[in-house]
Design a protein around this ligand. Sequence first.
Ligand SMILES: *Cc1c(COP(=O)(O)O)cnc(C)c1O
Length: 507
Amino acid sequence: MIANFAQWFLHPSDESKIMYHTIMEKVVSLIADQTTRTNKPFSGAPREEIESRVKEMLNIPFAAQKMDDVMEEVQNVIARNSLWVSHPSAMAHLHCPPLLPSLAAEVVINALNQSMDSWDQSPAATYVEAELIKFFTKRIGYSHESDGVFTTGGTQSNYMGLLLARNKACQINFSVHVQEEGLPVEAKRLRILCSEHAHFTVQKSAAQLGLGTNAVIKVAANDKHQLCADDAKEKIEQLRQQGLLPFMIVATAGTTDFGSIDCLSDIAKLANEEQLWFHVDAAYGGALLFSHQYEHLVRDLCLADSITIDFHKLYYQSISCGAFFVKHKRDFQQIAYHADYLNPEEDREDGIMNLVEKSVQTTKRFDALKLVMTFKLMGTDLFGEMVDYTINLAKETAGLLKNEPCFEVLNEPELNAVLFRYLPSHHRHDQRYADEINLELHRTFYQSGELVIAKTKQGGKVYLKFTMLNPLNTIGNMETHIERIKQAGEKIEKEQGETQYEYSVHC
Ligand SMILES: *Cc1c(COP(=O)(O)O)cnc(C)c1O
């Protein structure tokens, strides 16, 4: 007997069509069911239980399991114990509820399975990505000299910013072509500046690029958590006096913790005076390009030599989806490489576009389609309104917290992150006591699964954080959450007070 492989592939046969419809309809129903089942963002199941149920499920069989059994496992073991990111009470990280057009596009992306490295593997998709990049460079305000490429996200985009800047700096300062010759010893003197609130991938990239984390110099931030250009100037002078070579400054449009946006024009001016590569990490704040109310905050993005934008954050696309942009397309030549089997030199002469030349990846997903379908199905106007709604909601939420004496609010939200901490009514000046209560609050809510918020440290103190990406969230919800956090804080204090009392009695 010949095994029936056809039913497992897209194929013109009836078996294949039936299987495709059946299997796709089942997963769609599974997700739709999960949507109605989830009344909280997390099941609250203990870690050990989730781990053991997954281990049990991963008993891989020699022969096929029944489809309905597999679907049930996926639903009950995986979907049910996943963080339900589409719930408005899931607001820990920059982790978005994906838009339906993005989910639909994924079905097309997966089935077409185009690979964006060479034109012959993505004859239409290559132009979709290229045109969408152009649409964005226009929106940014870049000239036709600019270019960009889709990436897996902010980490890869920031890495590319540092990579191009490093190679260019070595060429200018040491006449070394790093791509061929590797790093010269003098590269030890290279320094990068960024704010103390910049994303950790600046250091991580510096480490991977052979510069070391010590090459990253942290510039002080002002009271709005923005990079302080005066301090940067001072640090640059000090570095030069020590014989070091600052070559790059990284600004952030939307810091991960605060959502603060550095003053791009001041930093651009400094970068220009000091001949530094100016990179803007707009992984988070890049969505303001479509905002009706706050677009002015990213108006100076066009001054950057390179830009990071994530689409799987405030653009509400499923993971992964991001892009990297450069003001001068010639800068991509720092990493261009020609493989005879993939993108030979003669392709370039024939005008064939092979995106691999601009990418650090080879096989690459057709993520651009998600954004195209989102913008076409929703329109950019509605998209911009949605972004504005979440920012305004965060501003109102900060206002609610400020009205409560038991909370300290650390930031005036520029995007949609609100950092705050519960202030205990007793031992108010005992910072460790307050830290412990805030950590306990974070734990309590995560374990209950009802409210998923983040915790972070600023100035050595523990803070809680609402990252309010979900446009289906309301101020009414936030009032309820704030009241419950307040009550939980009081309860923890009371219990801790009792334990301490017992402790002193027993001793
Ligand atoms: C999320 C984030 C990154 C990292 O991006 P990934 O998409 O997670 O790789 C970098 N910079 C900032 C400011 C971010 O918010």
